[in-house]
Write a protein that binds this ligand. Structure first.
Ligand code: ZN
Length: 584
């Protein structure tokens, strides 16, 4: 009786709209990566839940599926790890759909051919990419009956592959061409192609409408699908790993090939559309693209809106360190999915790691520094997954530092004379260093003049206390360490040091991030009332970045700051004399 009461109360609450509609939790959220037949980049399956292999096509005889580079599809299935692999059929300019779908016999044979491909290749499903029923915009044949025939085709496909196989389709941002009410019961979700919504001088894929967005934004594309009756937990929002340019930039630019702005051009963040772009001297958009910051905005939108997940076109457009795919995975997937238990795909077994890093830390430090150090070990270790690098972790400074392209030092610096001499030699011979917080601590008692000069000639002056978050201002929009960051962000709780003399007074020092003046007075017990307060800088005489964050267990809780840490590591490594290992 009690159970029935509770159940009826629950049902009435549901009926009154007092309970939220079921929203996907992180564990059933999907990340769908389109992986093309025409590249040889192997996807890192720890960064996604689903791989859509692009493409298969309707055969010349209109009644079977033909797969591009089937051997590559086999390789991807063989190294898919925990991810599922679907065959995506169609793509822009891929035709013969209208003819195939026009008769019951062809639909049936085509669906059987798809089911046979699922069995033969060990696939998990089929994704239909007919662009678009009733439209010849892509130079393909079409008919006014296509919409109805698409529904019949999807019915035939579902019957042929069975209820346990995935069936999805790609839908344009406009949400046109398909009878959603009829098709939705047949499919697991809809991949919304929220890109190509504008060309310069308009954004490729603005998250929200701004005065230079295309006619439709990603937000509009999602809402159009919701309005068409697609429930939020069947909407998978697409994101482009490419941009569109003109005036000296290619029409189609993969993120990995993003050039520096041309002479007189500069990078701008559209605060309304939430995407970056390059502007010419007149301020007009000449290249619209996405970067980790905009992809992060879009993923947070997906979470807020309770959508099923995110999709991107295409995996091969990402850079070698997977900045975009990693951003998507970090925000949309359970933490365990991208860290513990992640298995290197078989295809990487024979490939060389990109570089070698040492993380040198100590447990013989105060508790808050030990916390940061242990989290730093986990953070940097996670970055080695996939096509990564070798990370050695040690509480002693190894005898031979020469194999390392970079040494990361959270909260500790070499102390003995022998360790100091070895580190000095390593850095003078072109070594790389990423130091955090107390790693740079030095005062009159430290007695290591070389180290003080290495840091920019500075000594610890004072600190804020207790630890608290700080408003950061990014000082360089050009430097690779900070150019993908917002102009300002709040750094999670830490203790901040002030230095003497001001590192900025050294012409070799470039300050990248500093505390914004709005923070002052900062601290309760130890109060800093103002003055220049550099937080991240590089001494350009060395291959080094110093970051003052690193006190306590909250420093890795902010995606923007994590990106700063990754950028710092990558930039220091990219400057090594052996060449930039991130260039494919
Ligand atoms: Zn501290």
């Amino acid at each position: 009786m009690k159970k029935i009461l509770i159940l009826s109360l629950f049902l009435s609450l549901l009926a009154w709209g007092l309970l939220p509609a079921q929203t996907p939790s992180r564990s059933d959220r999907v990340v769908v990566a389109y992986v093309t037949a025409w590249t040889d980049v192997m996807p890192d399956p720890t960064l996604m839940t689903h791989i859509n292999y692009a493409f298969g096509h309707v055969s010349e005889s209109f009644d079977a599926v033909r797969i591009d580079h089937p051997e590559r599809l086999r390789q991807i299935v063989a190294s898919k790890g925990e991810a599922k692999v679907c065959l995506s059929i169609g793509g822009w300019g891929s035709g013969r759909f209208s003819e195939m779908a026009s008769t019951a016999l062809r639909r049936k044979r085509f669906a059987e051919s798809c089911a046979a491909a699922v069995r033969e290749f060990g696939l998990d499903g089929i994704d239909m990419d007919w662009e678009y029923p009733t439209s010849s915009a892509a130079g393909i044949s079409s008919s006014k009956d296509d919409t109805e025939n698409f529904t019949l085709l999807m019915q035939e496909l579902r019957a042929a592959i069975g209820p346990d196989c995935l069936l999805t389709f790609a839908s344009p941002a406009s949400a046109r061409y398909v009878d959603f009410a009829a098709v939705l019961p047949l499919v697991d979700w809809v991949n919304v192609m929220a890109y190509d919504m504008g060309r310069p001088p308009r954004h490729n894929a603005a998250l929200y409408k701004s005065d230079i967005s295309g006619r439709i934004s990603s937000d509009d594309a999602v809402k159009r699908h919701l309005d068409a009756g697609v429930p939020a937990d069947k909407v998978v929002m697409g994101m482009p790993f490419y941009g569109h340019g003109k005036e000296g930039y290619a029409d189609y630019v993969d993120y990995k090939d993003l050039p520096a702005p041309l002479e007189g051009h500069h990078e701008v963040w559209d605060p309304v559309a939430k995407v970056p772009y390059y502007a010419n001297a007149d301020g007009r958009l000449v290249l619209g693209f996405d970067n980790p910051r905009s992809i992060g905005e879009k993923c947070r939108y997906i979470v807020r809106s309770g959508l099923r997940g995110g999709m991107y076109w295409d995996y091969g457009g990402d850079n070698a360190s997977n900045d975009l795919a990693r951003t998507v995975a970090e925000i949309l997937l359970p933490r365990s999915f991208v860290s513990a238990g992640a298995v290197r795909p078989a295809s990487y077994a024979g490939s060389q790691p990109r570089f070698r890093a040492l993380l040198y830390y100590s447990d013989e430090v105060e508790e808050a520094h030990r916390q940061f150090s242990h989290q730093a070990v986990a953070f940097f270790r996670k970055l080695t997954v996939g096509e990564g690098f070798v990370l050695d972790v040690s509480q002693t400074l190894p005898e031979d530092l020469s194999p390392y392209d970079v040494i990361v030092m959270p909260d500790v610096a070499p102390g003995s004379a022998a360790d100091r001499a070895r580190f000095e030699k390593y850095m003078e011979e072109g070594g790389g260093w990423v130091g955090f917080h107390a790693a740079a601590y030095n005062d009159l008692s430290t007695g290591w003049e070389w180290f003080r000069n290495f840091l920019g000639g500075v000594r610890f002056l004072c600190n804020t206390w207790p630890p608290q978050p700080g408003l950061m201002q990014v000082e360089s929009r050009v430097h690779p360490v900070t150019r993908s960051l917002p102009e300002r962000f709040v750094a999670p709780s830490s203790e901040f040091y002030q230095w003497t003399p001001d590192p900025r007074s050294n012409p070799s020092v470039q300050v990248l991030v500093s505390l914004a003046p709005e923070n002052f007075p900062m601290g309760l017990k130890d109060v800093v009332f103002g003055g220049d307060f550099p937080v991240v800088w590089t001494n350009t005489d060395y291959r080094m970045v110093y970051l003052n964050m690193g006190h306590g267990d909250e420093c890795f809780t902010d995606a923007t700051q994590n990106l700063l840490f990754v950028n710092a590591l990558r930039w220091v490594v990219s400057q090594r004399s052996a060449g930039d290992p991130f260039l494919r």
